[in-house]
Design a protein around this ligand. Sequence first.
Ligand code: ADP
Length: 326
Amino acid sequence: MLDEADHIEWCNPLAEQHFGLDCTRDIGQQITYMARQPEFVQYLSMRNFGEPLILRGARQDGLTLSIKLVPYSVNKKLLISRDNTRFERIETMRRDFVANVSHELRTPLTVVNGFVETLHDMPSLENDMARRALELMGEQTQRMERLVNDLLTLSKLDNALNALQEEKVDMVALVRALYQEGLSLSGNRHRLRLELESDCAVLGSTEELRSAFGNLVSNAIRYTPQDGEIVLRWQEQGGQPVFSVRDSGIGIAPQHIPRLTERFYRVDRSRSRETGGTGLGLAIVKHVANRHQARLEITSEEGKGSIFSIAFPAKRRLPLPEETQT
Ligand code: ADP
C-alpha cells in the first residue's frame, strides 16, 4: 500500500521478496528509493494504470514480475505484483519447441519429397498404381512442407528477440508484384483488378508485408469460385495507408470472424485442405500486422464475399503526411 507520494504504508511478505523490502525497516520509505528500475519508476510516474507492467530481471536474476497499480480511496494506491517467471519460462519453452520441431522436420521432408518426385518422373515406372501412389505421396509431402514453412515463419514472428527490420517499403511495386502473382495463381479463373489510389510507401519489413499480403491474395483466390471478382487496393483513409483485398467469394458467417486468426482455425476444413491451405495464413497476417502496429479488419457476408484490410498507423506512412503538404 502506497500513499499519495508513493511512500510504503504496508506490505506483505511476498512483496518484501519481490521488491527486496524489509517491512519493519522500510515502512515510510519511498518505493522508488527501494525499487529503482527505470521502467518501474516511469510506470509509477505515468499514472496510467490500465495495463500491467512486465518487469524482467527484477531483484534476483531472471525474476519476471507483472506489476499493477490500483488506485483506491483518496490518492492511495495498492501495488500488486505477481511472479510471472514460471509462466514466461514455459512460454519460451513452447515457442522453442515449435521452432525446433519445425526445423528438424524440414530436412527429412525435403529428402522424401525429392525422392518421391524423382521416382514419379522415372520413365521406367509403368505400374499405374505405383504412379498414382507416388502422386498422392508427393501431394502430402508438399503439404507437410508448406505446414513446416508456415510454422517456421510464425515462430520467427513470435520471437521477441527478432525485432522488426524496418526499411522503406515501396508499396506500389509490392502491390503490383502481388497482383501479377495473383493473376498466375488464379490462372484466368477470376477477374482480378488493381486499384492504386496512393503512391505512398510505408516504414516496415518488405519481406513480412509480402508474406502477409500474399496470404490475403491467395485466400481471396482460393475462397472465390470461378468468374468471381477480386480487387487489390492501396489507398489512404484519414491519413492512414490501407491495403485491402476484396473478393466476391463464399464469404464468412459472423460467428467465425473473431476466430479466423487463431492457428489452424478453419471454417471449412476440407475446402481449406483441397486448395492447399495450412490454416496458418491469417495467424501470420495478424502477427505481421501487430508488428507494424497495423490493424487487420475483416468484413464479410456469407455467399457475397469478404474484405480483408490492413490499416497502418499514420506514423508509418512515408513520406510523413506533413512532408507531403509542404
Ligand atoms: P487456410 O490455409 O485454411 O486458408 P487461413 O488462416 O488463411 O487458413 O484462413 C483461415 C480460414 O479463414 C480459412 O480456412 C477460411 O475458412 C477462412 N477464410 C480466409 N480467407 C477467406 C476469404 N477470402 N473468403 C472466405 N473465407 C476465408
